[in-house]
Each structure stands twice: as structure tokens, then as C-alpha cells.
Design a protein around this ligand. Structure first.
Ligand code: DGL
Length: 273
């Protein structure tokens, strides 16, 4: 198969990365996509850099075996902790969600005060803050981990008073800092964007790294001459899903996020890689 016709690999710690997958489907309708969700070992957000890097490396090896032309790390935590190291070990482009999200936030802020919400691992890595400062030295970046958002989203409580109450508890301190842009630095958060928006108010622009990543992925493939030249939009069987556990649960969640009905996901033993 010609390089340009090969699929793009996308991976996440579980189901959340489907928010990135959805944006990639939109932005790159002619590309084949392979998704891997590490449903057996989720969450990554409370694990060490060493563990997240080890897991990410195994998934990258699996995706390389599927002969992908590029890999998108849809997971914020894995982008924060593993991208730098793994990038040096492989020959194909590796795209994370942090840089595109940070750049969009810098473009969005007028007052130079940016909030970032994410898992404990992402926030304590300070990766968003470092990226933002490399573009805009004098920006003020305020991070806040919101660990309960992931289980709330996975329970389907996207529009629910409980989620709104938790959001108020987490986010009030951010409102008080006068930020005018807020990075949704976790795969799950775009699914509760409306709730977060209500709590933050209209003056705060919510930045969705998933959307920005899909755009960056298109630019990168274009630049490297790797865009699929086929002129027809692909059908649903251009998308393949793999998981490390509980394929049925994954399918159910995927069908609530993606604009197509997925029939199933293949379970693989990721520890082999
Ligand atoms: N996918 C993770 C992220 O974007 C959230 C879930 C987890 O903790 O693994 O950071």
C-alpha cells in the first residue's frame, strides 16, 4: 500500500479519545483511522510518568504493526508524559493534543490569563503551562485538576445537576482569577462543554484541544505529502476499533459519541507489545 493510503493510528487510555477521533473524522473524511482504547488499564491520569510511558510505548508498537502512517495521541495525560520520549524512537509522525490546545488558548486570550483543567497527572506535569510560556512568555497560566469529571462523563451524566454542582466547586476558584480562556485539557471534558460553559460564563472562551489537534494533524500530513489522495469520502468500514478490555462497553459508549454506529471493537492483549 502506498504510504499516503495507509491509516492513521489514534490512541487513548480508554473511551475519551473518541472525542478526538470524532474531530479527525470531520477534518479528514478521506482518511482511514484505527483507534486503540486501553480500557483494561484506564485511568492514566492518576499514574506515574514511567507507567504511562510504558503503556503508550506498547500501544505505539501495536499501531506500528498495523502499518499506520502517523499516530495521534488523543490522551492528554499520555501526550503530557510520554510523547517526548516516544517521538525519538519512531520514524512516523507522532501528534499529541497538548501543543495544539496550548496554541489555540494563546490565540484566544486577550488578557493573557489562561486556565487549564485536566487530570492530576496532566496538571502536575505543567506541560500546558510550559508550552504556553514558550509561545507567550508573560502569560499567566492557572491549572486545576478535576478528577471527578472523568467518571461523571463515563456514567453518562453530561447534562446533570450533579455534574454542574461538581463543576461549580472545581471552577469557582478559576473564575476568580480573571482568566478569559480555558483549555479543556482532558479527552472527556468536551462532552460536558455546555455545563462547563454555563459555570464559567460567556466571557471565557473554552478551548477544545481535540478540534485543534485534528486541524494540526491535517496540516502535518499535508506538509509531509501524506494526505490520502483518494477523492471519495470513506465509508464506515474505514474505521477500526481495538480495546484491551470490555469491547461491548466500549461499543456502547462509542455509539453515544460518534456520528456512526460501530458494530464492535476487537479486544487485543496489549501486554504482548
Ligand atoms: N484520557 C485521559 C486524558 O485525556 C483521561 C482519562 C484517564 O485518566 O486516563 O487525560
Amino acid at each position: 500500500m502506498e504510504n499516503r493510503e495507509k491509516p492513521i493510528g489514534v490512541f487513548d487510555s480508554g473511551v475519551g479519545g473518541l472525542t478526538v477521533f470524532r474531530e479527525l473524522m470531520n477534518e479528514l473524511p478521506k482518511e482511514r483511522l484505527i483507534y486503540f482504547g486501553d480500557t483494561a488499564r484506564v485511568p492514566y491520569g492518576s499514574k506515574s510518568k514511567e507507567t504511562v510511558t510504558k503503556y503508550s510505548r506498547q500501544i505505539v508498537h501495536f499501531l506500528e504493526e498495523q502499518d499506520v502512517k502517523a499516530i495521534v495521541i488523543a490522551c492528554n495525560t499520555a501526550s503530557a508524559m510520554a510523547l517526548d520520549e516516544i517521538e525519538k524512537e519512531i520514524d512516523i509522525p507522532l501528534i499529541g493534543v497538548v501543543r495544539p490546545g496550548a496554541m489555540a488558548a494563546v490565540n484566544a486570550t486577550k488578557v493573557g490569563r489562561i486556565g487549564v483543567i485536566g487530570t492530576e497527572a496532566t496538571i502536575s506535569s505543567e506541560i500546558y503551562s510550559n508550552f504556553i510560556h514558550s509561545i507567550k512568555e508573560d502569560a499567566k497560566v492557572i491549572g486545576k485538576s478535576c478528577p471527578l469529571f472523568v467518571p461523571l462523563v463515563e456514567e453518562g451524566l453530561w447534562e446533570d445537576p450533579v455534574t454542574e454542582e461538581i463543576a461549580r466547586r472545581y471552577l469557582t476558584e478559576l473564575i476568580d482569577t480573571g482568566i478569559d480562556s480555558l483549555i479543556l485539557g482532558c479527552t472527556h471534558y468536551p462532552l460536558i462543554k455546555r455545563t462547563i460553559g454555563r459555570v464559567m460564563g460567556d466571557e471565557v472562551t473554552l478551548v477544545n484541544p481535540a478540534y485543534e489537534t485534528a486541524r494540526e494533524c491535517r496540516h502535518l500530513l499535508e506538509e509531509k505529502g501524506l494526505l490520502n489522495p483518494n477523492s471519495v469520502k470513506l465509508s464506515e468500514n474505514a474505521y477500526t476499533f481495538y480495546v484491551s478490555d470490555e469491547a461491548d462497553k466500549f461499543r456502547h459508549f462509542a455509539n453515544s459519541i460518534l456520528p456512526l454506529g460501530i458494530l464492535g471493537a476487537k479486544k487485543i492483549d496489549i501486554e504482548r507489545y
